[in-house]
Design a protein around this ligand. Sequence first.
Ligand SMILES: Nc1ncnc2c1ncn2[C@@H]1O[C@H](COP(=O)(O)OP(=O)(O)O)[C@@H](O)[C@H]1O
Ligand SMILES: [Mg+2]
Length: 243
Amino acid sequence: MAVKAVEIRNLSFSYPDGTKALEEISLDVSEGESLGIIGPNGAGKSTLLLQLNGILRSNSGSIKIFDFEVKEENLALIRKEVGLVFQDPDNQLFMPTVFDDVGFGPVNMGLPKNKVEEAVHQALEEVDMLELLQKNANHLSFGEKKRISLATVLAMQPKILALDEPTSNLDPKHRRGLLDFLKKLKITKIIASHDLELVLEVSSRVILLDKNKIAAAGETLKILSNEFLLTTHNLEVPASLLK
Ligand SMILES: Nc1ncnc2c1ncn2[C@@H]1O[C@H](COP(=O)(O)OP(=O)(O)O)[C@@H](O)[C@H]1O
Ligand SMILES: [Mg+2]
């Protein structure tokens, strides 16, 4: 049987102001699987991703990452396993240079200087950003920041990659580069996106969230070709599936 990378049971979550964001979510993700999370604005997609490494935590329900429950004493370990790229790159980048941003994780993991440099170079190469090594991320475009944010996570070599709207604001060349990279990357992937063509290419299974709940789940092609289901939830069938 496949190893479970993520096990979510009856997870509910409300923000401190009382806004309900997740209700009774149960979900398993197998190791090596690529899961897409789709759904209209405000469905709870980002909130769900933020639960995976305990940035947001709920008292109601449970999440396990491999054998470890997401709780205080496991957070350091879990954050090594789950690399989360935020929807907004400004929440991810805070160091004086791109090099320092991408090196932050490896430095914190205690890697020696040459290994940090190696990890930074490799990660930046993967997102085609090596030439901006000495820039301050504040001075980059949103799409460039998204790519740097992904590099900060790749540099840590996580076992699970959780991506929030990874293609937003990417130019077509770099969107294609990201898709091809993700298709080759064999680790567990959980990708929240409105870019349904990306989901179609990269994810084998999809969950559709709406109003804080799982509205549908299944094989990607089946969900993404269901016009009634998608339009009911403010989405549309990707152009490549239209006859
Ligand atoms: N920090 C916050 N405080 C209060 N409500 C929030 C906060 N962040 C998100 N929400 C609300 O939680 C719900 C889910 O949001 P979110 O997870 O960002 O949805 P999605 O990523 O699917 O667009 C929405 O109703 C949103 O307005
Ligand atoms: Mg979101």
